[in-house]
Write a protein that binds this ligand. Structure first.
Ligand code: SAM
Length: 459
């Protein structure tokens, strides 16, 4: 989409209902075709895109994973879609300025679909992720010029490798179990639907990789007992002796096991199969940032500093990550969450951390508007929805309530940009000022970026 736009071509792009993908009509596959082309852009999914000049004088947009702008590549085109073609990277004939192949740490890079950016220096990855946010707001948030502030620099992860505290490798079972093949256990091959055998994953923590070795042996030894394939779960848990501060890591492989994790001085417990952020090294930076934004003081029209809101509503609160880490900035916290298990965890996590000013409500996020007793001009709301973003029912009730401050944390900047557009274009939301938008890198080496937008209602 970015490339088409920069070429001045019009294209209708719609997001699917779950907000996870863009819907583009697929054409029948053509025969393989080899070509050489320069890569012009890096897409928001971390794939290089270039323009191929065909013999008949027409041009074709080609997506080449694992390539970066400035690369001259040999590519094998294997699928033609309505607006572009998909290719495999055959070779980098000459590298773009930012390419540094000595940085690649994974022998499966260019095959495994998990990482896209290992050949880019980390500063370049962060710069690219900022650009993804800039483009998302340009394409999905239609507001007047100047409403969206300059996007801030992306805050990096302290760990660039060895950070993932959760891995979910999978395997398929051979149809004919008598055939003596070794079952691949690993991750999906880029652009294909089959699993490739992967022995270790350098973005996983060392403890996770150790446990993964054992899980691979266990599965292989018992492969004939599986009727169908499965997804394995590996989730790191950290036990701390709170008198000596000594820590011990273990890895849970059963979704019902309880994981323990520390964010700053707060302890969180949750079932291994439930949602919790999977890069613990970056969580102190994110939670401190969200906390600082809740405390942000703004000026009224007479330039008098106004106090920060006193109350906090944490919508989509999960096991209470933000409710708990931000509780000291406010007098009262109320969290809402649709998963009963997560609400139970949030409640017991608050008790476990001796937090008395937080309560948690079970239900769709929109139910919170029936329960809020705090005055809206003294209340902040944290929104941290799943990838599909907030629905219109929630946003309309938010616009009726008009919290003083909104801190919108999102793992999908495209749906976040869409939702901010909805708020800012509604007559009820006209008084919101966007204080800041910036990314946090929860997943180095991959295309993912978490985006945090802060809005304050002006008098
Ligand atoms: C991205 S997670 C964020 C959780 C938490 N803020 C954290 O960082 O750990 C989104 C959460 O929203 C919950 N959720 C999904 N749909 C919801 C809805 N309609 N209403 C309330 N919560 C919902 C999910 O169960 C999940 O816990």
């Amino acid at each position: 989409m970015e490339l088409r736009e920069s070429l001045g071509l019009h294209v209708d792009v719609k997001t699917s209902e779950d907000g996870k993908s863009f819907i583009l009509e697929q054409q029948p596959a053509t025969e393989f075709r080899y070509t050489e082309l320069y890569i012009a852009k890096l897409s928001s999914t971390g794939d290089g895109i270039g323009v191929d000049k065909l013999d008949d004088g027409t041009t074709e947009i080609v997506v080449v994973p694992y390539s970066i702008p400035g690369d001259l590549v040999k590519a094998k085109i294997y699928k033609c879609l309505e607006h572009y073609s998909l290719a495999d990277l055959e070779a980098v004939l000459s590298g773009g300025d930012a390419r540094d192949d000595s940085l690649v740490r994974c022998k499966y890079f260019t095959k495994c679909a998990g990482c896209q950016l290992q050949m880019l220096p980390y500063e370049e990855q962060l710069r690219h992720k900022r650009e993804v946010i800039v483009r998302a707001y340009k394409n999905f948030c239609e507001v007047s010029d100047g409403v969206i502030p300059a996007i801030g620099d992306t805050i990096g992860s302290p760990l660039e490798y060895g950070y993932r505290t959760k891995l979910t490798p999978h395997f398929d079972v051979p149809r004919n179990s008598h055939v003596p093949t070794v079952t691949p256990i690993g991750f999906t091959q880029k652009g294909r639907s089959f699993v490739i055998d992967i022995e270790e994953c350098p973005i996983g923590t060392p403890a996770i990789n150790e446990a993964y070795k054992k899980e691979r042996i266990r599965v292989r030894d018992n492969i004939h007992s599986y009727k169908r394939g499965a997804t394995l779960l590996l989730r790191e848990s950290l036990e701390m002796d709170e008198t000596t501060n000594e820590t011990k890591k273990s890895v849970c492989v059963d979704s019902k096991d309880t994981v323990t994790e520390y964010v700053n001085r707060y302890r969180f417990k949750y079932p291994a199969g439930d949602f919790f952020q999977c890069n613990s090294s970056v969580l102190p930076r994110v939670t401190e940032y969200v906390n600082s934004q809740l405390k942000l003081r703004v000026f009224n029209n007479e330039y008098e500093p106004l106090p920060a809101p006193k109350y906090l509503v944490d919508a989509y609160c999960g096991s209470g990550l933000f409710s708990i880490t931000c509780n000291e900035s406010v007098e009262e916290v109320i969290g809402v969450e649709i998963s009963p298990k997560s609400v139970a965890c949030a409640t017991s996590n608050a008790q476990d951390n001796n937090i008395a000013n937080a309560e948690f409500v079970l239900g769709d996020a929109a139910v919170i508007f029936m329960k809020i007793r705090t005055p809206s001009n003294e209340t902040s709301m944290i929104l941290d929805p799943p990838r599909k973003g907030c629905d219109n029912n929630f946003l309309n009730q938010l616009l009726d309530y008009l919290p003083r401050r909104i801190v919108y944390v999102s793992c999908n900047v495209h749906t976040q940009a869409r939702d901010l557009g909805y708020i800012l274009n509604d007559r009820r939301g006209l008084k919101y000022h966007v204080n800041s938008i910036r990314g946090f890198d929860f997943f180095p080496q991959t295309h993912h970026v978490e985006s945090v937008a802060v809005l304050t209602l002006q008098d």
